[in-house]
Design a protein. Structure first.
Length: 119
């Protein structure tokens, strides 16, 4: 079956960096666009970033543009989220999901990884 497993979360200080990874199995990874979402306590899940199947096209939420970078390695079936200049408002559980860059359908989700940013 399809599995998406996130890793790389943790507790950091404001201004620090983290790199999240999402390892996929049970699917043809290169045939799927990939996305990162996040959900903060008491808030709805929100879109963070997306990347096309080839990695050529990306899209970001305005709140993370210029600070976060999404990338993928199709040989390793892994998508990454490099997060720089982290802010306390970036604190959330981060999820990866399959789905096209400009689509609205997300078929498979990971279990999430916690990111906590303290001031």
């Amino acid at each position: 079956q399809v599995q998406l497993v996130e890793s790389g979360g943790g507790s950091v200080q404001a201004g620090d960096s983290l790199r999240l990874s999402c390892a996929a199995s049970g699917l043809t990874f290169s045939s799927h666009g990939m996305n990162w979402f996040r959900q903060a306590p008491g808030k709805e899940r929100e879109f963070v970033a997306a990347i096309s199947r080839s990695g050529v096209t990306t899209r970001y939420a305005d709140s993370v543009k210029d600070r976060f970078s999404i990338s993928r390695d199709n040989a390793k079936n892994t998508v990454y989220l490099q997060m720089n200049s982290l802010k306390p408002e970036d604190t959330a559980v981060y999820y990866c999901a399959t789905g096209e860059v400009f689509g609205s359908r997300y078929d498979y989700w990971g279990q999430g990884t916690q990111v906590t940013v303290s001031s």
